[in-house]
Design a protein around this ligand. Structure first.
Ligand SMILES: Nc1ncnc2c1ncn2[C@@H]1O[C@H](COP(=O)(O)OP(=O)(O)OP(=O)(O)O)[C@@H](O)[C@H]1O
Ligand SMILES: [Mg+2]
Length: 416
């Protein structure tokens, strides 16, 4: 459509100009062919190449010629401008439709504390994302979860970023994306992934984050079994930093909540590893800000990742701060034992219950991952295991809060 319009405009232009400037070409034997549109010779004359006016056989008044040239130039330019104007308007309308469909309007509502105006977070254009991901090239894909496909990408200014594209376009998926924008624009912490911006003007929304080069802990720990993770010190640092991130989330000051953000999907696959072993908590799709006076989120259906789900949440249909703490307890158990949260090695008990029982009965020794066990660290591992077991207690009220957990991880041995 575009090409044919361009071709017809150019052709029209050519026709008018050639009408005005029909030109001559000299041949052998003093024969001159006068070219006029459309592209073929209409007059063949002998020996009279310069006997007539330059533009043809009839003398044309110069005012008329100027008018012809003017019209010849103006019409294509005008059609071109109209074509682009209509196209731009149509794209603008489409983008606006997608923006609203993807929940963009919610971001400017007072309850969301206006993230769009946040200086740290900006709106990206689809073209920028397309260019940064080399047109969504499959070799740029670095991760995939239940909700999104993640690309490694480079912005025009050279910044390397991770871009998450929504896999599905349904209500749940849209909510996940809006959630991440609302929550991450209110949080700034060294151990929480940073959001640079988003694009909601496409059918599939996008989120643009800082790029964390070493990938997620599930892959590094359980799949690639990276050697640097065979050190208890490294695992301990990871646990402390995840603890710091959760402590921050559970105490975010805000005007219309008790200051609690629930992550609701704490697991190894959502913990990323930066260079120098900085640990970064990511994936805030299921996170929620608790409202004033609330201490839980009601869950219409069982929810979470296999092996990490709080048993009391499953029973009551309510997700609380202590449900995040239970999932952290599972992460601790994984890093102490080297087993997967989803293991079926312990029958119906699952890793959480079995681990807590062994710690209670002082039968932890055989459960500790042999890759980290040394004569010097037995006492420290035992203490971390006790903290994990406290996080894994069946009842919410029996579990510690994040301030207590972080203190304990820092070495405060007050019983919890
Ligand atoms: N900022 C980032 N830097 C590097 N890799 C990332 C980044 N964000 C995500 N990834 C990779 O992409 C994977 C999927 O990302 P994420 O967990 O955000 O998607 P999801 O679809 O919401 O996942 P889930 O299935 O847990 O809901 C991660 O496990 C990680 O490997
Ligand atoms: Mg994830």
């Amino acid at each position: 459509m575009k090409m044919s319009l361009v071709a017809s405009v150019l052709y029209f232009h050519f026709v008018i100009l050639s009408e005005a400037f029909g030109h001559t070409a000299d041949l052998e034997d003093n024969t001159t062919i006068v070219y006029t549109p459309p592209f073929h010779a209409t007059h063949v004359r002998v020996g009279e190449a310069h006997s007539k006016p330059f533009w043809g056989y009839t003398a044309v008044p110069s005012g008329f010629l100027v008018l012809l040239v003017g019209v010849g130039v103006a019409i294509p330019v005008f059609s071109w401008a109209i074509y682009h104007f209509v196209k731009r308007q149509r794209r603008k309308r489409l983008r606006r439709r997608f923006f609203i469909q993807n929940g963009g309007d919610l971001l400017s509502s007072p309850s969301s504390r206006s993230t769009v105006g946040d200086q740290r977070i900006r709106l990206f254009e689809e073209e920028e994302i397309q260019a940064a991901t080399a047109d969504y090239s499959s070799d740029r894909i670095i991760g995939q979860g239940g909700e999104g496909l993640v690309f490694k990408a480079m912005l025009k200014n050279g910044t390397v970023v991770a871009i998450k594209k929504a896999l599905k376009v349904n209500k749940v998926s849209r909510e996940c994306f809006i959630n991440e924008i609302v929550i991450l624009s209110n949080v700034e912490h060294r151990n929480i992934v940073r959001l640079f911006g988003f694009c909601l003007e496409t059918d599939h929304p996008f989120l643009i984050y800082e790029y964390i080069p070493n990938g997620d802990l599930y892959d590094l720990f359980h799949v690639r079994r990276e050697e640097y993770l065979n050190s208890w010190e490294v695992r301990q640092t990871i646990l402390r930093e995840v603890g710091e991130a959760l402590k921050k989330l559970h105490s975010i000051p805000s005007q219309d909540s008790d200051g609690v953000v629930l992550h609701r999907d704490v697991k190894l696959a959502n913990i990323l590893m930066d260079v120098n072993h900085r640990t970064v908590l990511a994936d805030f799709g299921f996170a929620r800000i608790l409202g004033m006076g609330d201490n839980h989120v009601t869950m219409p259906r069982p929810f979470g990742s296999v092996g990490y789900m709080d048993p009391q949440m499953l029973q009551s249909g309510r997700y609380t701060e202590q449900s995040d703490i239970y999932s952290l307890g599972i992460v601790m158990a994984e890093l102490i034992t080297g087993e997967r949260a989803s293991t079926d090695a312990h029958g119906s008990l699952g890793l959480g219950h079995y681990f807590a029982r062994c710690v209670g009965k002082r039968r932890l020794f055989n459960l500790i991952d042999p890759r980290i066990r040394t004569n010097d660290n037995a006492d420290e591992i035992q203490w971390f295991a006790e903290v994990a077991a406290a996080c894994l207690r069946q009842k919410w009220l029996d579990r510690p809060n994040m301030v207590q957990v972080v203190k304990a991880m820092e070495g405060d041995r007050t019983p919890i």
